[in-house]
Ligand binder design. Structure first.
Ligand SMILES: Nc1ncnc2c1ncn2[C@@H]1O[C@H](COP(=O)(O)OP(=O)(O)O)[C@@H](O)[C@H]1O
Ligand SMILES: [Mg+2]
Length: 296
């Protein structure tokens, strides 16, 4: 098992724009997956984040992004003042051409890179002021390429709760596997022997084991067959309805966004150019919106 490396700290928290180097920014996803599942003792001890979430019921946004900027070491702008409101209990779909900054945007939301103070708010609180481990439990993320830890599928699913001293029962593990469209009997299989599609679903079960308030999904179904894709989409919608889960999903598929999202956000060259209900995409003015619609 690889040791968990810490995320490279940003050079500054005070400027609006932050600079990253290509080498340090592209960190290993296995380590990032571990980072996301780190101990949540801070949350339980402090109670602040959970309490604020409960008390902040009237806040309109689960996540608010304001003026979010990101610049690569070479100077090129990756995100250019992104504003986005993610309503609580909604599914927001992010589409846009390759390289438009979708993954970079998603990764700012749970501080896989450090946004400027005040640029990302969770339940009205600046994420920069939250305990990062607590934040990552509340805001779970699935990467494009899932990373499995050595050990069984059950070990992977139990990983997050285990870090805070809770051992999920076999029944709980199997329920989570079912939720992620996997055969519960898979629990004892070595996780490193799975197909990418199976690993992606185990990664979903592992993230859900932390009972997050927000799910960040980066093209989660790109390696899945159509039936599994539909089952995962159903799960996202069901979790929204039954648990009020908020989801931000990056997808290449306009059709997928139209099936499950309440809002569609179109990102082009680091800028949000449209935010609208997916059914209204044909009304969008930006030429890229038309292209996506035509090609979907
Ligand atoms: N750590 C990094 N260092 C330098 N450039 C980066 C880094 N991460 C992403 N980029 C660049 O930023 C742009 C947006 O990347 P990304 O957010 O992955 O786009 P998308 O997910 O929309 O395909 C791309 O041009 C990419 O090459
Ligand atoms: Mg991407």
């Amino acid at each position: 098992m690889g040791s968990a490396s810490r995320q490279q700290p940003s050079q500054t928290n005070h400027g609006v724009e932050l600079t990253i180097s290509p080498a340090s920014g592209l960190s290993d996803e296995d380590d990032e997956a571990r980072e996301l599942l780190l101990d949540v003792g801070g949350l339980l001890a402090g109670g602040g984040a959970a309490g604020a979430a409960a008390a902040g019921g009237a806040a309109p946004c689960k996540i608010r992004v304001r003026g979010l900027c990101r610049r690569a070491a070479g100077g090129q702008e990756i995100l250019r003042g992104v504003d986005l409101d993610v309503p609580r209990g909604s599914v927001v779909g992010v589409i846009g051409p390759s390289g438009s900054g979708k993954s970079t945007l998603l990764r700012a939301l749970n501080r896989l890179w450090e946004p400027a103070p005040g640029a990302v708010l969770l339940d009205g609180a600046d994420v920069c002021g939250l305990d990062v481990r607590a934040l990552r439990r509340r805001v779970g993320m699935l990467f494009q390429q899932p990373a499995m830890f050595d050990g069984t599928v059950a070990y992977n699913v139990r990983y997050g709760p285990m870090l805070r001293g809770k051992k999920l029962t076999e029944a709980e593990v199997q329920n989570l596997l079912s939720l992620a469209d996997l055969d519960p009997a898979m629990s004892s299989k070595p996780a490193t022997e799975l197909s990418v599609g199976q690993a992606q679903r185990v990664a979903l079960a592992r993230t859900l084991a932390n009972e997050p308030e927000v799910l960040l999904l980066d093209e989660p179904t790109s390696a899945l067959d159509p039936i599994s894709t539909q089952n995962i989409e159903d799960t996202i919608v069901r979790l929204k309805k039954t648990r009020g889960l908020t989801t931000v999903i990056v997808s290449h598929s306009v059709k997928q966004i139209q099936r499950i999202a309440d809002l569609l956000c179109l990102l082009v060259a680091g800028e949000v150019v449209e935010v609208l209900p997916p059914s209204a995409l044909s009304d969008a003015k930006h030429p890229m919106a038309r292209r996506f619609l035509e090609l979907s």
